[in-house]
Design a protein around this ligand. Structure first.
Ligand SMILES: O=C(O)CCC(=O)C(=O)O
Ligand SMILES: [Fe+2]
Length: 341
């Protein structure tokens, strides 16, 4: 049986009116802030309180700021410095670490105008190629793991780059893992419910560079409207705006940067695990700020062989499973049109 996996199908028509709403965000609905402090204090009541709030946000908006997250600001600043250094290199130098896949893990440099490759969750038909360049690094298995395969390509002659990006990936993985008990408790599951699915998690750090865009419209975006295929995405923004998110009303809102926070959104894996209870919210970037824009999303997901089957508290006779059960590897291969291997 051929199953259509596209979670966007029928959800959003790219009518002229929808395009206008995406191009000219006019919503002032609130993007919530989740404070992790009560959770990190270590009490069960603190964890329950934060989990409740997380559950509410994930059903309603699917995007939130997180504060008191524990990642040093100096490291976040440093990763932006490294991103600028990399993207400032001559094209022929960046081309020495070209983009590629190992399994469905990505690494390397995607130049401007090559980044428009369609995925199955593109929302706007015939969008122009995205106006951005990116450099990607994915989590590798430990070198002593029986399935270890080297994934990443690193630029030469950029001292410090590798150490900073690797340290950033480690810190974000730690933060992502610290959310697992919160997600579980928010869904009335045992706190360790998700742990077994994250033995060798997927994590891709994406160093994005958007040039300023001269005009708005005409199906031109920095990154076209989409949803993320992750479990959760942890995004560091700088002071240059450009990201906008579809809010519950259907109007879109520009996402300001709040210094000291990350922006987190739930992705398509979360939709499937929760049988549609938690959202995978549509978002896009248009950099009309007149300056270069850098951002650093990190996509966090479970192990490749994790079976994504809706959790017991999200199904009932009245609410049967809406999504076919599959492994995260299969979901990723579908998403990147890699076919089954
Ligand atoms: O640059 C941003 O702010 C968002 C990037 C994004 O949505 C993505 O890479 O999936
Ligand atoms: Fe995204």
């Amino acid at each position: 049986m051929k199953v259509d996996l596209n979670p966007m199908k029928g959800v959003l028509a790219d009518t002229e009116e929808e395009l206008r709403l995406m191009d000219y965000p006019d919503s002032d609905e609130e993007i919530p802030v989740l404070d992790l402090a009560p959770y990190l204090e270590g009490s069960e009541s603190g964890r329950a309180k934060v989990a409740r709030e997380l559950g509410r946000i994930s059903q309603r908006v699917g995007f939130f700021y997180v504060k008191n997250h524990g990642v040093p600001q100096e490291l976040v600043d440093n990763v932006f410095t490294q991103a600028r250094r990399f993207h400032s290199l001559p094209e022929e130098v960046k081309a020495q670490t070209p983009h590629g896949y190992v399994d469905s893990f990505q690494t390397g440099y995607v130049p401007m105008r090559a980044a428009g490759k369609k995925t199955n969750v593109n929302i706007v038909a015939d969008a122009k190629p995205n106006l951005l360049a990116k450099f990607l690094i994915s989590r590798e298995l430990p070198a002593d793991h029986p399935d270890y395969r080297p994934v990443n390509k690193w630029p030469e002659n950029l001292p410090g780059f590798r150490d900073v990006v690797k340290e950033y990936a480690l810190q974000i993985e730690k933060l992502g893992r610290s959310f697992l008990p919160l997600w579980a408790v928010s869904l009335d599951l045992r706190p360790d419910y998700f742990d077994r699915f994250f033995t060798t998690p997927h994590l891709t750090v994406s160093l994005l560079h958007y040039p300023p865009q001269e005009s708005v419209g005409d199906r031109q975006y920095g990154i076209a409207p989409h949803t993320d295929n992750s479990f959760m995405t942890l995004l560091a923004q700088s002071s240059v705006p450009g990201l906008a998110v579809r809010m519950p009303s259907g109007h879109w809102r520009v996402v300001e940067n709040i210094p000291g926070t990350f922006l987190i959104n739930t992705g398509n894996v979360m939709v499937r695990w929760t049988n549609g209870r938690y959202l995978s919210t549509k978002h896009r970037v248009i950099n009309s700020a007149g300056r270069e824009r850098y951002s650093v999303p990190v996509f966090f997901g479970p192990s490749g062989d994790a079976v994504i089957e809706c959790v017991p508290t999200c199904v009932s006779p009245e609410n049967p499973p809406q999504y076919e059960t599959m492994t995260y590897r299969e979901l990723r291969q579908w998403y990147y049109n890699l076919g089954s291997k």
